[in-house]
Design a protein around this ligand. Sequence first.
Ligand SMILES: [Zn+2]
Length: 291
Amino acid sequence: MSDYCGRFAPSPTGDLHLGSLVAALASYAEAKKQQGRWLLRIEDIDMPRTEAGADQRIIDALAQFGFVWDGDIRYQSQHISEYQAALEQLKQQDRVYPCACKRKPLRRYNEAKQLPLGLYPGFCRHARIDTDKPHSWRIKVPQIPLTFQDSLCGAQTENLSQSCGDFILKRTDKLFSYQLAVVVDDAAQAVTDIIRGQDLLDSTNRQQHIQQCLEIPEPRYAHIPLVKDNRGRKLSKQNHAPALDLTKPTLCLWQALDYLRQSPPESLKTASLDTIWQWLWQHWDINKCKT
Ligand SMILES: [Zn+2]
């Protein structure tokens, strides 16, 4: 075994759909090709969006397709204290500050100043905030651009101070942000290689900034093209992507391979699950996903 470690990290907000199967398959195939480990993590930190029972349905579907993960499944909801510890570390380093701003006035301000709507103008960075009242926690971002190398999409550079500004790590409702949780989780699980959809490409520089502040090694990244519906929208649970037909697992895997530009032969559509996996182990090449 190599020290390569990949992962698939679905949110339990609905059933597995083709978009999530594609991400699962790409990360799994590459991890196994590299003779590494592949972990499964349930990203259930955004509790209001979580759907009861969806985690088990996703896990069952993955097993039915023939995925085999290493070790225990990690649930974000069981690791809240680790996210808090990371925030405390950042507090001690003076990297974060409490913010009492409300969404609507921020929006009005940005509209009036013609600033990007997602850009936080830094009002609370030097203000005294009463932490007995509701507040979020924001991380200070650098004025200089950050760059990481994506193995499929090339160099990705972003100046966070111009795109999003100091961003939220812990929300007013006390939920930790995806950005913080994913960084802490990947470090805790010693994930070396992250393969996921391109919808997360433009939040990677934010995660890179958190990694640098926490002195966490930066994993390697490969962002795969998104599966879109016929209106050009990302196939997602929010867009009511149809659930996969689990009575035809081979056909679903064939569609995922086809989507990942692996050119699976037509004859595999009706083959056995074993046969399509055998084909995959012989032919998988992530570089074919390059855009
Ligand atoms: Zn504020």
